[in-house]
Design a protein around this ligand. Sequence first.
Ligand SMILES: [Zn+2]
Length: 250
Amino acid sequence: MTNTNTPGHLWLDELSTTEAAKAAIEGKVVIFPVGSVEEHGEHLPLCTDSIQPEYIALEVARKTGCLVAPPFRYGIINAGRNFPGSLTIQFSTLFSVAKDILSELSRNGFNRIIILSGHAGSSHMVALRLAAQEVVYQNGEQNGKQRTRIMVLSDYDFADELTAELADPKDGHAGTIETARVMAIRPDLIKSKGIPSTYDMPRFEVVLHPEQYFPSGVHGDPTAATTEKGQKINAHIIAQVIKLVEELES
Ligand SMILES: [Zn+2]
């Protein structure tokens, strides 16, 4: 579909109340970006997981005419929580915030929603998914159809599809892929080349100081990152999220 948004009006909260009512009636899809404040080695900023989904969401909105809800830039940090600058929130907090935002979007008539999270920790994703589930269940059916449709994903669900081609198979947190993506999005926030390293967490034990298993805060090789790789990964994610928007519009 073609973009009918007023130029510059990609953010939901840049609309007026009248425009918001119209957008809801038109059945616009809304992307809700969720990030985190989390250590990403010495070479990437704490907002790494926030700027990635926000960039993807805005590019998708530019191309499809969907809207981007104001982002929520906090998440549940486990492995990296003791590094300076990491700010974690509780599971119940993330669940409540996500549920409130989804319920409010729905109450305003926006019933096609994508939660796009830049942080992909397992408990973080479960909190978002449970919030979406509760809103979908509560809203039930309308005219024999599910009233509210919500997709919950991390942009790393799609970035990982290019790992085999562009990075080491074990590439992870603040590694090649993530560093390359930030180089392509906000080169001014790259602090250094980064230090290649890996971590080896205990498989089952809950530990007080998980950072001792990865003192650099990096899992992968940031020095193998390039802007070109980042552009390629971001373009792939944008194309995949556009397909999701079209699926929700159909
Ligand atoms: Zn990250």
